[in-house]
Ligand binder design. Sequence first.
Ligand code: ATP
Ligand code: MG
Ligand code: MG
Ligand code: MG
Length: 464
Amino acid sequence: MKSSEIRQKFLEFFESHGHVIVPSSALVPGNDPTLLFTNAGMVQFKDVFLGQDKRAYVRAASAQRCVRAGGKHNDLENVGYTARHHTFFEMLGNFSFGDYFKRNAILFAWEFLVDTLGIPKDRLWATVYAEDDEAADIWLNEVGIMPARLVRIGTSDNFWQMGDTGPCGPCSEIFYDHGPEVAGGPPGSKDAEGDRYIEIWNLVFMQYNRDASGQLHPLPKPSVDTGMGLERIAAVMQQVHSNYEIDLFRDLIAAAARVTNTQELSSNSLKVIADHIRACAFLVTDGVIPGNEGRGYVLRRIIRRAIRHGYRLGQKQPFFHLLVNDLAHVMGQAYPELMAAQEHVTAVLRQEEERFAETLDNGMEVLEAVLRQEKQMLGGELVFRLYDTFGFPVDLTADIARERGVAIDQAGFEAAMAQQRERARASGKFSMQAGLEYTGLPTEFHGYETLQQDAQILALYKQG
Ligand code: ATP
Ligand code: MG
Ligand code: MG
Ligand code: MG
């Protein structure tokens, strides 16, 4: 079953159960300036859940484009390393605004997976929050799941909250067992980090309101928010283990191989490029432009990582922008806005490629020379120089070093950055050293904002 059919079947299923189909909102959230990107289906309904917005319906379903490449949800460092993470993905979701609750949410999900999609029951596992006897009871006594495949989890993984205060509640997640050929243990076990049991669907039961003192008060009208990754369920339906082997990615990876002139079809770099073109093209479609701060800097970092992967495959000419056309072939029907923005997106990516091409080669030479000597840790001064002179975002340098098992000195980088800031201050804020000119970036000083972002990225990177 093709991805597009699964998307369609999902929406039809929930429509037939009284849900209104709501189109995907943009990746730049219209209602929340604190959120970097739309990272879940519920984002466009946040105010409805908070009771600050009313809709003409109490049940909705959507296929929402999402990006998780910065902020609280950041999967950038997982891309190319796990079978299940993308920076850009589609989240299929059904929502109840004070209408049905746990029972229907669980029964709908089960019916869709088992009856509509025909997934064998014995491949499915479910988790509930440790204290959520109500959900456990529905799974055991109404669905009839084998007790051995229902796992109680007491960690925050199974308790969702919108923020430090506000709506929150337990979750129940559904996992698919890809079989013993893949390493990894069931949810909740000590080797659950493997990719054998893959989380496909998260059902969130918004049950409480947390007040400023941390106390939980039952909501008068509890709600439901669910999310299922389209690429993950497509992998299940197409009987492949990795998301990168599904129909949509097969086409994109073939296109990436074509534009980079690569024969090595199993290269991880092709997966990364295929992932990144989706994120970058949709971000530009939704109004983000590569830049030095905030959303624009996240976009720039993803583009530069993609370009570097092309370089790794031996492609030193601009190639990335050429993939926009292939992406439009694969996803344009579902996303007419991408189709309409195609030329603009191509031009923006091309310009960014040309700009980075001016420094990439020299930067790589410097970095390669050091990596030939250094087997443990890249010094902060070097990381800073790559950043400052060659336009290598810190996470890009870390990504290259990681491939060789080499770490980078975060504290040293921060110290070098702080020194730079001092120098800039001493000599008047805007007269930066000559080095920056090479990056083609504006000479205005943006180091401070990007330092904070880079430090965050590095912290995540170090956590593994
Ligand atoms: P994981 O534990 O695998 O990182 P998650 O618990 O962070 O997933 P949720 O926040 O519960 O994910 O999102 C709901 C669903 O969206 C997940 O069950 C999964 O199917 C999908 N999903 C989440 N993150 C990604 C991603 N980076 N790429 C593809 N699909 C994703
Ligand atoms: Mg995650
Ligand atoms: Mg999870
Ligand atoms: Mg989850």
